[in-house]
Write a protein that binds this ligand. Sequence first.
Ligand code: ADP
Ligand code: TRP
Length: 326
Amino acid sequence: MRILSGIQPSGTLHIGNYFGMMKPAIELQDKGEAFYFIANYHSMTSLFDAQQRRMNTLDVALDFMACGLDPKKSVFWKQSDLPEVTELAWLLSTVAPMGLLERCHSYKDKKARLGGNDLDGVNHGLFAYPVLMAADILIFDSNLVPVGRDQKQHIEVTRDIAIKFNNLYGETFVIPEPLIQNDVAVVPGSDGQKMSKSYGNTIDIFGEEKAQRKKVMGLVMDSRTPQEPKPDAEKNLAIQLLKLLAEPAVAADFENRLRAGGLGYGDLKKALFEHYWNYFAPMRARREELADNLDHVRQVLQEGASRAREVASKVLERAKQASGLN
Ligand code: ADP
Ligand code: TRP
């Protein structure tokens, strides 16, 4: 079984990225052939600062490896080191109906919010983004794609495109399945919406202690007094996050205390911060080691790119044969 996923180097990674995509991807390393990459081509649709992209790319590599991506188990590379992907994206774009792409939230929502007349709005790259993503997935004969729920639609588009191409030109592509963790499908941010770098409501994986403490202490709560029982304790933001970061029994204990009344929100948030901080402590230490050895990280990406390329070039050739280009 081949497992594939990608993550954009478009900002600092947060615990929504970790629980929604990175942790499942890391756990799958032992279940099949894992292929993971840094989607720097995709980041060009929304980030227009070259130096920032360069720095973010290295940061994502460090973050992912610190969190447990093991280059002995996984192939790990930077998307743009495989130009085959953009070539396949062209072939796929000719069988991708406009209507299908127009319905994609990534494009539709941003267009509705910002329009399309300058770079702050939508560009053609954002419109074509799902086709490039389909190329990422199909070029590796991927079976399983672990992602957060917001990417589900893109996997559906990928499947549609693959089926269309296969019907037209004969069996060429493997049809992939999304893998979405139901319990953590959407990690909430400090305001209760989906945690996202676009909403400024994130708790970072590797943020500086004081800043992250401030974010945790700033989680939005209601105005009920500590003494009041809270029959809806399971909906409390801090409880939801604690379920991800603490042992189940510990999280259940806090939830019961909140439900019964007598536990103040401040104390609950302090406990949440401690659990968050301890949860990522070993990864923080590992990240420091990696940051002292950037040549190693760069080498991992280079070796990953050449291993990935061996697979990708064969599938691209298969698609070129099928469609009469070769
Ligand atoms: P952001 O929303 O911060 O821009 P990305 O879109 O770059 O994050 O997402 C990278 C990966 O992390 C995707 O697989 C996405 O589904 C997952 N992800 C992002 N935010 C969350 C969240 N709040 N809960 C669960 N998964 C998430
Ligand atoms: N679009 C994904 C995101 O923003 C990143 C991505 C690009 C991806 N290509 C992919 C994820 C292929 C899975 C498979 O999170």
